[in-house]
Design a protein around this ligand. Structure first.
Ligand SMILES: Cc1cc2nc3c(=O)[nH]c(=O)nc-3n(C[C@H](O)[C@H](O)[C@H](O)COP(=O)(O)OP(=O)(O)OC[C@H]3O[C@@H](n4cnc5c(N)ncnc54)[C@H](O)[C@@H]3O)c2cc1C
Length: 415
């Protein structure tokens, strides 16, 4: 199992609960992925009830299972580092390898037989009947030769962002703005339109005009999701430092803007930021089915559903400028994700889960949020455990068995 982000943690725990022995490999020195190291919150998106998403959110103190989250879905990044580690440690069948970076795959023909990592003890090899790639960037699938796509038809991807936290906000005056779906007002106009005017006046770079001020669990704090650099491909190692440098410079610039222009933010100051550039989009692994946003907008249903009633907007941060890429936001109806989206085309022994599953650029912009990634992880973890115990490949596994296990956990998969 590679990657201990929202998808990977849930996959590991779900597989272990089915009796599988799991090696969970993570390149950072902390579990949680974007949910901790990335400073990403609130936990957005929703799925049907009783998935592992509800359990994780309960542990994190997140109140709602509501796609936009309003103001109830914030979590404490610091607390989450321990909470998620304890969540994993409770499962005796999981062995965690932190500070281990996947460097290669073990492969026989088109069958993935495990992964290799770089560690402080030197190279480590993990052989396994089933491997799950929850690395976000699909590094395992890529190394195994999977068919991958990046970005939209011109190859451009959503911008990278560094999220950060400020304190010192006067709660009686300091607004919260979730993003483009939020109509919050300042000086009698929509806050994001107000920001655009300030950018036109030269008070803020146009690229940073969509000032998203997310709620925090701590009074007087905000989670700022606004910095952005376009044209970065995070799978190109040489481009990461320049992006990180620019994003950290933007943090100072933005904070100065908030202090000087936004009521209630006069005394705000930076108290923390992600330890890593936030990547919305990189590789998408083409699988046995490639889901598209148009069918998600219609609330698609599949006989091989394993994630039911997933819901979020098609949230495409502009790959070429500020704000959203499309003139109007595409809303979705609660949609299903089929088992086939988790099976990389042409490869055996390998699942993908999380933001790198098989879908189009626009579909990815919806299912990439953390609630949905957690539910994916659970479904794939169960499938991987079944596949290993039954000694059949993930592709040969009867999906009804996966559905039965999910339903036995109280997860209704059919309307
Ligand atoms: C700036 C930004 C803002 C966002 N805002 C929100 C939001 O408000 N709400 C929301 O719900 N979602 C939001 N998202 C989306 C969400 O955070 C991600 O899509 C989600 O975390 C994906 O989960 P994941 O488990 O697939 O990947 P990740 O969270 O990226 O976890 C992947 C894990 O794999 C590990 N890994 C990667 N490569 C290797 C390797 N080679 N070896 C070992 N381990 C490896 C990583 O270190 C990481 O821990 C945002 C994303 C960004 C970037």
């Amino acid at each position: 199992m590679a990657g201990a982000g929202p998808a990977g943690i849930c996959a590991a725990v779900a597989a272990a609960r089915q009796g599988a022995h799991v090696a969970l490999i993570e390149r950072y020195g902390v579990v949680g992925g974007n949910l901790t190291a990335g400073y990403v919150g609130p936990i957005l998106g929703s799925v049907c009830e009783n998935t592992i998403r509800d359990e994780v959110c309960d542990l994190l103190g997140v109140r709602d299972n509501d796609w936009i989250g309003e103001h109830g879905n914030a979590h404490d990044f610091e607390a989450a580092k321990l909470t998620l580690a304890e969540f994993i440690a409770r499962e005796r069948n999981i062995e965690v390898f932190l500070q281990c970076c996947v460097s290669d795959v073990i492969r026989e023909g088109n069958e993935v037989k495990g992964i290799k990592c770089a560690s402080n003890e030197g190279p480590l090899c993990f052989e396994a009947p089933v491997t799950i790639d929850c690395t976000g960037d699909a590094i395992v699938a890529f190394l195994a030769g999977a068919d991958v796509e990046k970005g939209r038809s011109d190859g451009l991807m959503q911008p990278v962002t560094l999220e950060y936290t400020i304190d010192g906000v006067d709660e009686s005056r300091g607004i919260i703005c979730i993003g483009d779906v939020d109509d919050v007002q300042l000086d009698g106009e929509r806050f994001l339109d107000w920001c655009k005017k300030r950018a036109d006046e030269g008070k803020l770079p146009q690229l940073l005009a969509a000032v998203r001020l997310h709620p925090s669990v701590r009074p007087g704090c905000r989670q700022v999701n606004t910095t952005q650099v376009n044209g970065v491909d995070i799978t190109s190692a040489a481009s990461i430092f320049a992006a990180d440098l620019e994003l950290r410079r933007q943090i100072n610039l933005l904070t100065q803007f908030l202090r000087e222009n936004v009521p209630g933010y006069e005394n705000c100051r930076v108290i923390g930021s992600g330890t890593t550039t936030g990547v919305r989009e990189s590789r998408r692994v083409m699988g046995d089915y490639v889901i598209d946003a148009d069918e998600m907008a219609e609330g698609c249903r599949f006989p091989d559903v394993v994630v039911h009633k997933a819901l979020f907007i098609v949230d495409i941060h502009n790959p070429e400028g500020a704000g959203q890429a499309e003139p109007s936001i595409q809303y979705c109806k609660p949609y299903d994700l089929p088992y086939r989206c988790f099976l990389p085309r042409g490869l055996e022994g390998l699942f993908v889960a999380g933001r790198c599953i098989s879908g189009t650029h626009r579909a990815h912009a919806s299912y990439r949020v953390m609630s949905i990634c957690m539910a994916m992880g659970e479904a794939v973890g169960i499938a991987a455990a079944l596949s290993a115990s039954m000694k059949c490949t993930p592709r040969a596994l009867d999906v009804r068995l996966v559905q039965e296990r999910l339903e036995a956990l109280g997860i209704a998969l059919f309307d």
